[in-house]
Design a protein around this ligand. Sequence first.
Ligand SMILES: [Zn+2]
Length: 410
Amino acid sequence: MSILLIDKRKSIKSNPLSALYSYLSTAFALLFFISSSIQLTAQKLRCTHDAVVSSIDDNRLKSENRSTFILQVVVHVVWNQDEENISDERISNQISRINEDFNKLNEDIDLVPDLFQDLIGNAEIKFELAKEDPFGTPTNGINRRQTDIKTIGSTLSSDQKEVIKYSTLGGIDAWDTNHYINIWVGRTVEVFGLTATLSSAGTKDDGIIITPEAFGEFEDDSSITNKGRTLTHELGHYFGLIHLWGRDNGCGTDDDGIVDTPEQERPYSGCKIFPQVSCGSVDMNMNFMDFSNDTCLLFFTNNQVQLMRDVLTTIRSGIIVSDEDIFIPKPLEDIEISVHDNTLLIRPASVIDGPVFIEFYSISGQPLHKETLNILNDHRINTNYLPKGVYILSIRTANQRFTDTFAAGF
Ligand SMILES: [Zn+2]
């Protein structure tokens, strides 16, 4: 693992913006965590990373006149086995996922406990696959290359370069990192994703590596990374956030520097029942900067959002394509739902054109039902098999969403 612990901090001292930040990373914090924990499990960690952290002026959160930033993304798929050559469709649904997560439009946002509802932040950042390459040639924003290297996402050259980021070493060169968010998809070991530190901004090494089994959304009940949240988390790092527990596990040691995230002792895994407590407060293990399973990562806080936008508008301002207001999903109105005779009836006021994605979850976030309709008219779903309880229904179209709860099993 030590091969990943490249100290990229040195150049930041010459960065005039570094004065914005109260302190610097002491390198990649998970050295401790990895050495103490990874031997206990064969499972991959969410990621390894630590960056720069700053305090946020709470007053500014309410006063800033925000617009949505539009950023360009290029995805470099470097594959060895066929299944690592992920489809365009999966790349597209990954982009949809981050657009929902960074615009507070994720269908599972209602699963955030009441205690934290007021803290949910809306980053108002929109991601698009690049439409032109650095030479002005039209592109779909996706590059592909086959490689002989089985775990290219974790392979370093003899001079400590990340091989996946260099075409001469078998990977794919970054597109100008001052203008594109570069994401490499390639098999890694030990972690699902990793992000270059902020001090690498604008260099050939800047960007994010994600292993294919944690990229995009796909059907696999045994997967803990099938909802595309690894990239949401890594983008948090890309915009300057660190993990909730700070660099070191423990209470009273260090923290993430974010005022509205409670102090937390250590990362969580799986999907823990609410509430979990450490360091004398209820933990926010459903925050995107934790290590919970994808289905249980739900939101950024207001102060996290402010830090990300600060980093975006300073250190990373070159990647902003536009800050014009753009079209984002609006609430779907006028849908009635009711449950009779073990049947959930969904009744829109008028027919809704598809595709319409219908899902529901248990209160703890377990997905129970998923289907796609060509149009939505009166629609019935059998709830016979559900235990007595309250469930969360999500209905989405390409540009609208609806969420409500219903009781079943009575
Ligand atoms: Zn991380």
